[in-house]
Design a protein around this ligand. Sequence first.
Ligand code: SPV
Ligand code: MG
Length: 567
Amino acid sequence: MGTRIGAIPGDGFAAIDEAGASRESLLCGTEDRAFKLRHMLLKRSLSFLMEAHNGISAKIVEESGFEGIWASSLGIATALGVRDSNEASWTQVLEVLEFMSDATSLPILLDGDTGYGNFNNVRRLVRKLCQRGIAGVCIEDKLFPKTNSLAGEAHDLADIDEFCGRIKAGKDSQTDGQFSIVARIEALIAGRGMHEALRRAEAYHRAGADAVLIHSKKTTPAEILEFAEIWQNRCPVVIVPTTYHATPTQAFRKAGISVVIWANHLIRAAIGAMRAIAERIQRDQCLHQVEGEIVGVGEIFRIVGNAELEEAARHYLPAGAATRAIILAASQGRELGRLTDNRPKCMIDVHGQPLLRRLVAALNSAGVRHITVVRGYRKEAIDLAGISVVDNDDYASTGEVASLMHGFDRLGEDCVIVYGDVLFRRYVLDGLLATEGEIIITVDRLWRQNPRARLEDRDLVQSGDEAEYDGPLESPPLLARIGGDLDPSDVTGEWIGLMRVRGAGMVAFKQELQALDEGERRHLDVPALLQRLARRLPVHVHYVAGDWIDVDTIRDLADARNFSRGP
Ligand code: SPV
Ligand code: MG
């Protein structure tokens, strides 16, 4: 067993001051969570533990600035949908704890109920907790299976000597010298009076408890303060002011309390918030009203660290991951009216997901993971995980090539370039990635069946050998002309806003971009750039037959919603 700080052999405990603590932390390493909890118990100033009941609530406690976590038996049982009466087994609790411990760097004090049995159960529990990096356990002097202290009146207390055996067995079993055992006194809960509470405190202190938790369910702090007054900090005192919540915290400081536990406030808050939203969605049968009131999924991705996973995937995944993507998503999409008041059109919801997320998911599933989005209008609304962003802040007065130039450094050697308002079936992208060539554009040969936009607003294409596209080609057809001014009789398809550039094609593509003069860089669109490239390089055409959509108008949006239902 390692060295214990502030050990309490006799009466009174040697509270450590902040300076002493920092000396200790240099010795023991500030990463040690058990040390941190022990420090909270022993330092002079008041500390707080906040309840958490699973991984996500543990993360929220940490992000909120708390020093430590109370792994509440009530909270964990409730989150599992069972009663706080040892209905969840101790190994099920351990499993939840493991998620919590992985999710946070804070010290965790487990509310270990009675220790789940006798001295032997406590021994095994403490060993398992030390193995999982849990900082301490609180055990209460009741009998297994216990009932929650705030529920009902029947609370049978354990025999004092038997409970002292549980404490001693726990202390003798800890494999981390800094691990703490807090002995919880239920005498006041059971209506056995102050004398009994103090008698038990003394016995547990002498049995080696690192602190005592004196619990009360009164609505005033009178009995807790009386206990503290008589106890005179013979060892650190922990309290749970759930029922005497109106008490100013200063009263606890004055009484010399070491740690206050806010024991169940996140699970209670979660129940209220979940119920309110569920009832509204059930009533409205629509998500519109609640969307602004709940966190976006981007926040979920942030809090659980999706960005780190993306980074790791870039680091560890082999071939296939080399293809990058640039999504041009700087424009507002004015034709969509009020829908783009607060966000660019790529963030408009299509069946519960923004267009852009669908696009990113399609790229990811085809193995394209290095994705850069060029933002412009309402850039702050583009907050997806797993992408990196560059900004064209001059989006209102510049064109597509200007946006592309902002992503110039991200082109790499192999890059898919795609407009941010396009949806397509997965095989369309797979087909593009499988097509030979170094500059390839995806073109819809069923362009006549897409009557939506005016011809001059569409990126119509004429390829050289369209008649042959159907068969297995040695080499895909070449782009001859692209633009809205083609004679319809020459048109062989419509560019869908998706292309790939790689290898020597990428070298030439970058040279072409760099050779543009200032005016061209600002105002050129991508089809005009492709037309220039096609004059000096082979630009291949990958033909598809429908199965894509670009969202420019409200009608397109309705089509996109139907489209996204499909496979
Ligand atoms: C818990 O949070 O589970 C506790 C405190 O044990 S109490 O619910 O007040 O008993
Ligand atoms: Mg409990």
